[in-house]
Design a protein around this ligand. Structure first.
Ligand code: FBP
Length: 409
């Protein structure tokens, strides 16, 4: 007969407990998505949201919106962006046969070849559409949104399905209006370049601001008008960057906080608390191919900062990815200036005010930076149309002020 003493029992328990905890720390996947199972020192986005809405009960509904946005970001990162190259135009996943590995060299072609391979524009479109539907379905069932406004067509009209915002008729008790660009930079995705989701959340406006075109019904028009608010009215804004890691940066109007997705536990973890952009940087980020279309003053500005003749007195160096969220993320962390100015070809600029520049301007100001058209504060522009464009200079406060001085000469 085996006799077990109390001491032996305690020993057995200690060994079992040790194995269990080692298993948990070695296989954190077993924690699932339950933030409560994480140590107190780790701040997940869900926990962060609970704590911030506790201190600001007015924003309680934002918690469920943010929860939907973070789910959408995770889904886009893991199920959409990482499938670039194997998604066809109809949204199906497809592995091209090895004999057809070279993509069509005519990237403007809009048809997939018989083997399923796509031009890079079409590959971007297919991925964009998937990201768009992931985000919209994540948000539409929160019951907190009156209108969802998707990305508008770019200059090349490639994102043709997204010219108009989607109305959420099922919305009940709607309190917020969200604008977003589901996957900015998707035209580059076939080359493995970082992309991002941009979002901004307004409270519903009391009254309509402008009249709208003929092709929308009256009730739809009333709804659409809700999105046309200046950026100063944003209650929250942020972006998800899909890159070497997935990073979600956000602000509720009291600073900027950044969260990195830990894929092993499926949680966004606070990695960049209270981000502050340096007041001046040494990087400039602009598409220099447009230089000949810029005003003389703007050309002087860039020549001077490159040659160390600007206020800093040292030479700036260039960094331009051509993917907005990636360029802004670097600018936010390292400082400097990102510019997509208005020019002679695009007198109103290229980037969209509501879905792209506005939310990013909000974020940069919240981090202590500046956001200007070159002639005034971006957040004060009252949009007159959903597809309104604006020139923009976003970045370190002193850099943005400096370019404004050049443009005012
Ligand atoms: P769309 O507005 O057409 O989607 O383009 C957005 C974008 O790709 C941004 O991500 C990027 O900052 C910019 O255009 C790059 O433009 P360009 O190729 O003219 O430098």
């Amino acid at each position: 007969m085996i006799r077990v003493t109390l001491v032996q029992l305690l020993l057995l328990y200690a060994v079992a407990f040790h194995h269990t905890t080692r298993r948990i720390s070695r296989y954190p996947l077993h924690l699932g998505s339950s933030p409560e199972a994480l140590p107190d020192s780790i701040m997940t986005l869900s926990r962060f949201m609970i704590e911030s809405t506790r201190s600001n009960p007015d924003h309680a509904d934002l918690e469920s919106l943010m929860s939907s946005i973070q789910i959408a970001c995770k889904a886009i990162a893991t199920n959409v962006v990482s499938k670039a190259g194997i998604v066809t135009l109809d949204g199906q996943e497809h592995y091209a046969s090895s004999s057809s590995s070279s993509r069509s060299s005519s990237s403007s072609s809009s048809s997939s070849s018989g083997d399923g391979s796509l031009s890079h524009a079409d590959a971007g479109q297919a991925i964009f559409d998937r990201a768009n539907s992931v985000l919209k379905s994540a948000l539409r069932f929160t019951g907190k949104l009156g209108v969802l406004s998707g990305s508008t067509a770019g200059d090349n009209n490639s994102k043709s399905n997204n010219n108009h915002p989607m109305l959420i008729e099922e919305a009940w008790n709607s309190k917020y209006v969200a604008v977003f660009d589901p996957l900015d930079g998707s035209d580059n995705i076939d080359a493995g370049i970082s992309t991002g989701t941009i979002f901004g959340i307004f409270t519903e406006a009391e009254e309509c601001l402008v009249d709208f075109g003929e092709d929308v019904s009256d009730s739809a028009r009333q709804c659409l008008l809700q999105t046309l608010q200046p950026g100063v009215n944003l209650v929250a804004a942020g972006y998800c960057l899909y890159s070497s890691s997935t990073v979600l940066m956000l602000s509720f109007g009291a600073g900027v906080h950044g969260f990195t997705l830990d894929p092993s536990i499926g949680e966004f973890i606070l990695t960049h608390p209270n981000v502050k952009i340096p007041s001046r940087g040494r990087y400039y980020s602009v598409n220099e191919a447009n230089q000949h279309k810029w005003s003389n003053n703007l050309q002087d500005y860039f020549q001077d900062i490159k040659r160390g003749r600007g206020e800093l007195g040292a030479s700036y160096t260039a960094r331009y990815i051509g993917s907005l969220v990636a360029d802004i993320h670097r600018t936010l962390l390292y400082g400097g200036i990102f510019a997509y100015p208005a020019d002679s070809k695009r007198p109103k600029g290229k980037l969209n005010l509501l879905h792209e520049v506005g939310p990013l301007a909000f974020l940069l100001e919240q981090a202590g930076g500046g956001a200007s058209t070159g002639y005034g504060r971006i957040l004060e522009i009252v949009p007159k149309a959903l597809d309104e464009k604006t020139g923009c200079f976003l970045g370190s406060k002193d850099d943005v002020k400096e370019v404004e001085k050049y443009l005012a000469r």
